[in-house]
Design a protein around this ligand. Structure first.
Ligand code: GDP
Length: 458
């Protein structure tokens, strides 16, 4: 078992609250707990069994009462970290919380690094690296799908999917190594078609995992969305409607929205990262020109364009310019024909070539759900499956991409009739990438990088 110093940290947020929780982990955690906590029942902390708690007083070095609270004991290996753990809850004032933490440190514990409790759980074999990462995903989840997906990963679902592939690759490597290293032995010939089938089955799984990561990226990072349209069509009004409160300044003067304003709007399960931009008209105004350039760049880079047109005025040159731009870009686009409460003067025929056209009034909050449905269908969110969606992170995705690339290269080499030595090397690299993904063979640098993103006390 991993054995480091005894560590302690405040696991609740460093802010005033009802109660705070201070956690101690390590071989001497219970001894430290006994020094700072006096149970009101006669039983001492050191005699307490795992999974039991006691009400009592937190005391300083001179035996003076600092606060009262509850202490819970977990005995190794049946604890989150796999070590002895004591958790003390006290009143959630900042001063008192810090004082209890200091008492733990005076009695031998050192301050925990970010994510150090979870890192110890990993080092003690309680979790895989993907499960440890899912702990943070559970904490940061902002919707049902994200939470369900993080929980499934935490239960080991992703680890299981990847391990099955790794196991198969390691078996193949074993057979190939025997054949390559001991050619004089009377080993059965490597069956190339069977080998190819195994590799393509494995590559199919890595390919699917990559797809699931892409869905997870949308869930986690949101859909990068640009609201485009000439001035005064109602972009800010639409943005406010989607945000659910007045965020940008709405005025009747054309061209008010000059800067790119970015906001996150939660539509159902999904987050739209909205930017409300300047129109893309020809302008001599220097400031506006910069805005137009930024708007064009954003249109090229975003995942979704919401193009807004005003139904109460006829189509003009600027509208046509935007329509042309949309056709050229050919991206996921939702056309919003706004101000449906006013008399229609817009030539609706101009939008016939577009698939997703919604006529609405941005002033009518009830139209928000129609925008949500349109976005959901554009990204086929209704087909989302938390069982397969991976609430992704870049590290895992890079490993999966690397494995996928090597497996496909191994198949190509086989097809090209290259030597089995060359194929073996590629399968080996592919297996290494998967082992790094699950953390079974990740370097200290990778592990440290993962935990640097955690909060203290977790
Ligand atoms: P932007 O320049 O495209 O951001 O347009 P704004 O959101 O600032 O809206 C311009 C004007 O149109 C404001 O006076 C809004 O109140 C008005 N407006 C926006 N949406 C609607 C709508 O659906 N119906 C009506 N009648 N007016 C709207």
């Amino acid at each position: 078992m991993f054995s480091g110093q005894d560590i302690c940290a405040v696991s609740t947020p460093m802010a005033e609250g009802g109660i705070a929780l201070i956690r101690i982990s390590g071989e001497n955690a219970v001894k430290i707990g006994a020094k700072v906590f006096r149970p009101l029942s006669r039983k001492s902390v050191e005699d307490m069994e795992g999974y039991t708690c006691a009400y009592g007083e937190i005391v300083d070095g001179k035996g003076r009462r600092v606060d009262d609270g509850v202490l819970t004991v977990f005995r190794a290996p049946r604890s989150y970290t796999g070590e002895n753990v004591c958790e003390i809850t006290c009143h959630g004032g900042l001063f008192v919380t810090k004082k209890v933490l200091r008492l733990c440190m005076e009695n031998g514990a050192v301050m925990a690094q970010r994510g150090e409790f979870t890192k110890r759980a990993l080092l003690n074999g309680k979790l895989s690296l993907t499960q440890a990462e899912a702990v943070m995903d559970t904490i940061s989840a902002q919707g049902e799908y994200a939470l369900a997906s993080a929980n499934l990963t935490r239960e080991g679902r992703l680890f299981g999917r990847i391990s099955a592939v790794t196991k198969r690759l390691v078996e193949i490597l074993g057979e190939l190594a025997a054949w390559v290293d001991y050619p004089e032995e009377d080993l059965p010939e490597v069956e190339v078609p069977a080998l190819r089938k195994s590799l393509s089955d494995s590559a199919e799984v890595t390919g699917r995992i990559l797809e699931d990561y892409d869905n997870g990226m949308i869930l986690k990072n949101g859909i990068d969305t640009v609201i485009a349209g000439k001035p005064n069509v109602g972009k800010s009004t639409l943005m406010n409607m989607l945000l659910g409160f007045d965020r940008s300044i709405v005025t009747d003067v054309a061209g008010t929205t000059r800067d790119v304003i970015e906001e996150n709007a939660k539509l159902g399960e999904y987050v739209l990262k909205l930017s409300d931009t300047a129109g893309i008209r020809d302008t001599q105004d220097k400031v506006e020109k910069i805005g137009v350039e930024i708007a064009k760049k954003r249109l090229r880079e975003c995942m979704l364009i919401m193009a807004v047109f005003d139904t109460s005025v006829p189509l003009d040159e600027e509208d046509r310019e935007l329509l042309h731009e949309l056709t050229v870009l050919g991206k996921r686009t939702l056309i919003i024909l706004n101000k449906s409460d006013l008399e229609t003067k817009l030539d609706m025929g101009a939008f016939e070539g577009f698939e997703n056209v919604l006529t609405l009034s941005a002033k009518n909050d009830e139209d928000r759900v129609r925008v949500q449905r349109a976005v959901e269908s554009l990204f086929s969110f209704s087909a989302y499956d938390p069982d397969s969606t991976i609430f992704a992170n870049e590290r895992q995705k890079e490993c999966a991409q690397c494995a996928d690339r090597y497996l496909r290269a191994a198949i190509d080499s086989l097809d090209a009739g290259e030597t089995l030595d060359a194929v073996t090397v590629m399968i080996d690299y592919g297996a290494q990438a998967l082992l790094e993904l699950t953390g079974e063979r990740a370097s200290d640098a990778v592990v440290n990088e993962v935990f640097s993103k955690f909060c203290v006390g977790k």
